[in-house]
Design a protein around this ligand. Structure first.
Ligand SMILES: NC(=O)c1ccc[n+]([C@@H]2O[C@H](COP(=O)([O-])OP(=O)(O)OC[C@H]3O[C@@H](n4cnc5c(N)ncnc54)[C@H](OP(=O)(O)O)[C@@H]3O)[C@@H](O)[C@H]2O)c1
Length: 284
């Protein structure tokens, strides 16, 4: 699988696991813990979560799966890259620290590998960055970053003290949502900041796309695998599809090895044209 180089001097697999909609109901908890545990056993090493998902429920699910996997020796802590996010309304200087402590407790981790501001809110960026830097200094997080930041937001962030140490920006990027290619992604590439693509399957919609299915039939792959392979082929981009079904977990890992030809890519450009002008950053 491709790996993505972070400017902070580390490489991580380009494919990770999303966890939105996990941890929302007690009835599905055991199955969800088993799914995340299975993902780790299959080879997933990057897991994305947030305090927002299930109001802490997803972090709890991930934490329990991690504890089981670590106890069983399926993986070691340093092989994993765990991402979580602070709610904008918690992202004050003291609120960020408190939210991070709660997230670490639910995850059962001393340290979160990458801690993101989920989207911009009312708290000044300087306060949130100050809090991130303090958390990093005391070892509670290894790196920090942002999510749903457009090019002008990143420019503003770079002017904040410490802001240039932002490790990543997580945004909506999929074949059906290519707006970031116009300005944001090229700028991020220039500063060697990886883009973490969320909703790379457009919340499952691309898995049902007839045009993608036709390309997949030629390649012996599913529509979802074609969509994922396309995102993962973009330089400087990692993707975090969410899946709980075993077939999906396996198919997504296999998609990381799927090679699209230039003809396939040209057809995908016809089906999903690249942006011709700047547009507001899409958010889900
Ligand atoms: N930063 C942000 O603001 C933000 C916003 C949205 C999402 N995210 C993150 O990005 C992750 C991914 O986004 P998402 O969950 O909204 O959408 P997504 O990953 O685009 O799609 C997930 C859906 O696709 C299905 N699926 C997964 N693999 C499949 C396959 N191979 N074939 C067919 N269907 C497949 C899943 O089904 P099953 O689950 O049933 O397997 C699920 O219903 C989230 O989970 C979250 O971690 C971040």
């Amino acid at each position: 699988m491709n790996s993505i180089a972070f400017a902070v001097g580390e490489n991580w697999p380009a494919l990770g696991l999303g966890t939105w909609r996990i941890g929302e109901s007690a009835g599905s908890r055991a199955a969800e813990i088993a799914a995340v545990r299975q993902a780790i056993a299959l080879g997933y090493r990057v897991i994305d979560t947030a305090e927002m998902y299930g109001e802490g429920g997803a972090e709890t699910v991930v934490g329990q799966a991690l504890a089981q996997a670590l106890r069983a020796g399926d993986v070691t802590r340093d092989e994993l890259f765990i991402v979580s996010k602070v709610y904008p309304h918690n992202a004050s200087r003291s609120g960020t620290a408190a939210a991070c402590d709660r997230s670490r407790q639910r995850l059962g981790l001393d340290q979160i590998d990458l801690y993101l501001l989920h989207w911009r809110g009312a708290h000044p960026l300087a306060e949130t960055v100050g809090a991130f830097e303090a958390l990093q200094a005391r070892g509670a997080i290894r790196h920090w970053g942002v999510s749903n930041f457009d090019a002008d937001d990143l420019a503003e962030l770079a002017r904040v003290p410490g802001g240039s140490r932002c490790a990543s920006n997580q945004v909506f990027y999929a074949l059906s949502e290519r707006g970031v290619e116009f300005e944001l992604l090229p700028r991020m590439r220039t500063s060697a900041m990886p883009l973490m693509a969320y909703c790379p399957l457009a919340q499952g919609q691309l898995a049902r796309h007839a045009g993608l299915r036709a390309i997949g039939d030629r390649l012996g792959a599913s529509a979802a695998q074609v969509a994922l392979a396309w995102v993962l082929a973009q330089p400087g981009v990692m993707a975090i599809p969410k899946a709980v079904r075993e077939t999906h977990l396996r198919d997504n890992l296999a998609a990381a090895a799927l090679v699209l030809t230039s003809d396939d890519r040209a057809e995908l450009d016809r089906l999903f044209p690249p942006p011709a002008a700047r547009s507001a950053l899409a958010m889900i």
